[in-house]
Structures are given as C-alpha cells and as structure tokens.
Design a protein around this ligand. Structure first.
Ligand SMILES: Nc1ncnc2c1ncn2[C@@H]1O[C@H](COP(=O)(O)OP(=O)(O)O)[C@@H](O)[C@H]1O
Ligand SMILES: [Mg+2]
Length: 394
C-alpha cells in the first residue's frame, strides 16, 4: 500500500463567537498519488478541513500528520510554509500585478535563484501554458487562470496539493473539459491531491476516494462506486445522486432484507442482526425493466425524463397497505415511455444497501412491523399483479 501522506486523527475545530462547530472528530488518511475529494453541501466544513491541513487554522482537538510527522496537535505546530503543502484557492488568488511566470516563480524560494525560471517554465510546459509566460492574469481565460494557479501550487513539488472548489468558477461548457485536464495533469505529475467539491458529479468523476461530509463530520469514505452503490447513511444516499429509501426488516443471516417490494439479498453490509427494522437505499439503477412474466414488480409510469444516457422515470407501485409508493427508476433510453404505461421490473441487489440510523433520521419508530405482521398473517395482498412478492429473492 502506498505510504500515508496526510493523516487526520480526531480533528475538531470551532469558531467563536458561537461556538460554530465547523469540523468535528474528523479522521482521514490520504495516500501517496491519491486524489481524494471532500464532498458535501455548503457550510459542512470542507474549507476548514483544508485550512487545518494547510496550517491556516489550528485544531482545537486531534492531530494532523504530514508524511508521518505531526504538524498540529498536542502542542506540535509546523507553520504553513514548512508543511510542504500546496494550495489552490477557490478564486485562484493569482497576483494581478505579476505575470504568469512571476506568479509561478513566487513560491520557489526553496530553489536556487538561477533555477527558478527554468522550473517555472518546465511546469508551465507540462500544463501547456508556456506561451503564456509573460501574460498577466487578466489576459487569461478562467480555465487558463485555473491551470496557472495549479502550476503555482505544484511548482515547489509539494507533498500534497489542496484544491478548494477548483471547478466552481468555470462556465458549464468549460467545466468538464478543465476538470478532465486538471486530473490528467495531477495523474501525470503523480501528485497527491485533496479536492473540495459540493458537486457529486465532479467528485465521482475525478476521485480515487471520496469523503462525504455533513455538518462537520465525515459520514463515509470510499471509492466513487462504493459511495454511490452502497451509501451507509441516509445523508450519503440522498446527497450523492437520487435514491429510493425502502423500509424493511433483516430477514436472515445471509444479509437479506424483506421490504414491501420484495426481499433484497446481500444488502446488509452493516451486519445488522436478524429481525432489525432497517431502511435500504436502492439507486434508480437498481431496477431493470423486463417482460411481465419475469418481473417481480409491476407499476405505472407517472413521469419520464429523457437525459440522453437514460430515462429517469417515476413509477407508481401498489404497496402492501393498499396505497401507492413511488419509485425512481432508470430505464434504457432506446425507446420512448408513455405516462400511464405499465411496466415490470426485476431488482439488482448491487445497487441496494442498508443505511445506518435511518429510522432515527427519518423519524420512523418501527418501520416495518405492520408489514411483517401482515406478511405472516398471509392476507395483506393479492397474488394477482402483486407488488409485494414476499418470496421474491434477488
Ligand atoms: N473564520 C470563521 N469564523 C467563523 N465561522 C467560520 C469561519 N470559517 C468557517 N466558519 C463556519 O464554519 C462552518 C464551516 O465552514 P466551511 O469550512 O467554510 O464550509 P464549506 O467549505 O464546506 O462550505 C460554517 O458554518 C462557517 O460559517
Ligand atoms: Mg468552502
């Protein structure tokens, strides 16, 4: 495993007056060459976490290590300029009165004076910016300013580059292109990077791992796939894309959960004991349309939005209590769907996951007690076009 570059151990930070708890008990590790994104809504503590790592803030509790050396916590303190950390600010913060070359040379005081120009040129060449060496920041496009800020950050060969919302100031049409370019540069230079973003698309697209933050805490750390497919909390499930939250009960030790919509197996990754009322998150991708005879769920399309790569449909499905439940389902875009059309599905367990503390978060006391009792009593649903296939396993 690559060595750890940045490690946070139980880091907390409050601001006064208040106190405003900006960061609470955050533990994180970033390994050499890794791109990790801190993802979360505005105000959840992302920038404060970056500033703590950079040394612009000191933690109230916990410790921060850079390449194994304690730089903050337990009376240790290494100032920002001696941490070997490069920072790209949200507004780029280029010096307007300095040229591109001078901006990049600015942080190179560790290099002998005679080598600074060459180092700046070398980095600007890597980023395809060398022709802009003598230009001023106001003569550059947003995307170019972004890359100059990145060049300035990586020129001193930092052990890690911290980038705060690097893509948020770019026009929508430039955004994906600049994002892919920045990631290509980071990968090519083998730079370890912590990015901050409130945009789940960016986070999933560029990161090796994502740390999802909510109200100052890290709720889950995982690869983009893990975070998307197997969210462990209601917050992660709902913040990172759309999802369906279904009430259920853990059915057996194999990790199956019985819901109104059938039994989902291999989804109890949190190891909840048999009989526990739980919620599962099922992504819209967790259903696959099929012929009626093969389907375990049958419903009626209530809305259908074509996005190019898929159709996002809301499907009304009769529930065990005689009401209707709406599911959000991704359908293949190869054909058109009509409002009122009947459709059948099968379930894909890989997009389903038990979420932690959902009953507390969503205010359910005992989510499926009634459903389970009805199942056992045997008479709560009709077998014809049933949406409630207690025996259907996936
Ligand atoms: N210097 C500060 N003084 C007081 N409160 C602050 C300061 N910096 C951040 N905060 C507060 O801390 C919380 C987290 O802020 P921040 O880390 O900037 O969040 P994010 O970057 O995720 O939007 C917010 O409530 C914010 O208002
Ligand atoms: Mg911020």
């Amino acid at each position: 495993m690559p060595p750890s570059v940045i490690r946070l151990e139980g880091v907390s930070k409050s601001f006064w007056p208040g106190p405003v708890k900006a960061v609470t008990d955050v533990s994180l590790e970033v390994r050499s060459g890794e791109i990790l994104t801190l993802l979360g809504p505005s105000g959840c503590g992302k920038t404060t976490t970056l500033r703590l790592i950079a040394g612009f803030e000191a933690p109230d509790q916990g410790a921060i290590f850079v390449c194994g050396d304690r730089v903050a916590g337990r009376r240790a303190w290494v100032p920002p300029e001696r941490r070997g950390v490069g920072m790209v600010f949200q507004d780029y913060a280029l010096f307007p009165h300095l040229t591109v070359g001078e901006n990049v040379m600015f942080g190179l005081d560790r290099f002998p004076r005679k080598d600074r120009r060459e180092r700046a040129q070398e980095v600007l060449r890597t980023l395809d910016l060398k022709p802009l060496f003598d230009r001023y920041p106001h003569e550059l496009s947003g995307g170019q300013q972004q890359r100059v800020a990145l060049a300035r950050a990586i020129a001193p060969e930092p052990v890690v580059v911290l980038m705060d919302e690097p893509f948020s100031n770019l026009d929508a049409h430039l955004r994906d292109q600049v994002r892919d370019e920045v990631v290509r540069i980071l990968r090519k230079a083998d730079v370890t990077c912590i990015l901050v973003s409130h945009d789940q698309r960016d986070a999933l697209a560029v990161s090796d791992r994502v740390a999802v933050m909510n109200q100052g805490r890290v709720e889950q750390v995982g690869t983009p796939r893990e975070i998307y497919k197997h969210p462990e909390s209601v917050f992660v499930a709902t913040f990172v894309g759309r999802t369906n939250l279904l009430q259920g009960v853990v059915q057996n030790e194999d990790g199956c959960v019985l819901t109104d919509f059938g039994s989902f197996c291999r989804v109890n990754r949190l190891g909840m004991p048999n009989g526990t009322p739980v919620m599962i998150s099922v992504r819209p991708d967790g259903f696959t349309a099929c012929r009626e005879a093969e389907g375990v769920l049958h419903g009626t399309i209530r809305s259908a939005t074509y996005t190019g790569s898929q159709v996002e449909a809301e499907v009304a499905i009769p529930s065990a209590d005689g009401g209707m439940r709406k599911l959000v389902v991704h359908l293949p875009p190869s054909r058109a769907y009509h409002i009122g059309e009947e459709i059948s599905f099968r379930l894909l367990p890989e997009f389903a996951s038990v979420v932690r503390n959902a009953c507390d978060t969503l205010g359910f006391s005992s989510p499926v007690a009634a459903t389970v009792a009805a199942e056992k009593g045997g008479g709560a649903h009709s077998s014809q076009r049933s949406s409630h296939p207690s025996s259907a396993s996936v």
